[in-house]
Design a protein around this ligand. Sequence first.
Ligand SMILES: [Zn+2]
Length: 458
Amino acid sequence: MGATLVLLCLLHVLQSPTVHSVCDVSQKFSFYMDGRFYRQYLKQHDVRDVRNWGSLSELDLSNVNLLVLTGGDRRIPYDKEAVARIDAFMESGGVVLVMADGLKGPVPVSSLLDRHGAVLTDKRAVSPPTGVGELQGRDIAFRGGSALELKEGWAPLILDAKGAVVLAERVVGNGVLVVGSRGLFGHKPDASDPINDHWVGSLLVERASRLQIDPKLPHRRTWAEDSRMAGPLKLEFHDGTEKFADGILEVYEDVRPHLLAITGVEPAPGMIQRMLILPTGGGGFSSGVCIAIGAWWGGFPEKRYPMVELVSHEAGHSWVLPHPEPVWNEPIATWFGIEVGRRMNMPEAQAALERQLRKARRHDPDLDGIDPMDPEAHRDLVWGKSYFVFEELERLHGPGAMAKYFQAKRKNVSPDRPDYTMDDCVAVWSLAVGENLFPWFRSLAFDVDRSRTDLPSP
Ligand SMILES: [Zn+2]
């Protein structure tokens, strides 16, 4: 009974948020894409959160009262329409949090802050910081960053050791603009550290809930709004990433025939239908159906090989599904990229391979001593040894050993098989090359056993 009541109350809270927040990942993609900011700072309050992946200039803020922005990336300036939309949102009562620093030079969000008399300086704030006003006496964690320079109308909330402002707010119309150094919020590369969670959420929610939203109306993620079909592939982007989309599509189109040749098969059925361009230099991800590519990865478009490797890697995941490779799911995807690069006569590809082999040999000089399946095995060993195995299989059983493997995998491993172990993997390799490879893998220290798989022998 008691538990039921508690549950009902919880459901009530979940159904009636007082705050609809949007965390923007359109100006610069970040780990906040997965709702991390919400989980760290807003979850314990009555908040429903979504992310914005589309152009800010087209974001529907009509039933939103909190918008969370970061500094952005210089390759995607804020356009006038975006700034006007955010200003109108604040005028109507919305709250905007900007987490940004000026230490590395100007950032795009400055075009919004300028209009309200706030400058992200290049001067480093000095620890320890102290709270003022409602944050007086609170513990303030600060991971470093720049101080603010503010015109009149601003109320400081946190000062550094020398009295420079690190967090401040000002009223804009019926709403509020809150600006703080990035170092006051999760600051690890993956933003996994919820620093200052004892005050950030309540400060934002208290201000945002002054503007009423209708909790009964849906609050949905906004996706990148532009797309076009490129053959069977749907290319997705927004106004800021559009200029990178064609170049990355061209790389995909160059890479695809090589992936077909290397794997000897088409992507798994239903896979790789969409390619999303992300505003980042920080890599990409794949869901199999959708691959997402960081637009300026490795210095693209000036430098091309890193993009060839990345696109091959993310696309490659769509070839191995529904059964990801044990041990070398990630290495095999990058090896596809290296192999594509070699086939395209890019010298960086062979260099990337040799670099990783050297790193692995530091742990296991002849690459026959350490089992890469051992959870203690070093990452460099796992990657380098995986490359070594692929190269050796090609040398001993090629040409086209990898293609024979994937053809055998498609033929012998049904999509609904519950799992795919390393024993299964070696059994498939054996079928592919027509020879029992269990002894060979064991000679390289892999703990594999013919008797642990039900797949047929060659
Ligand atoms: Zn991957």
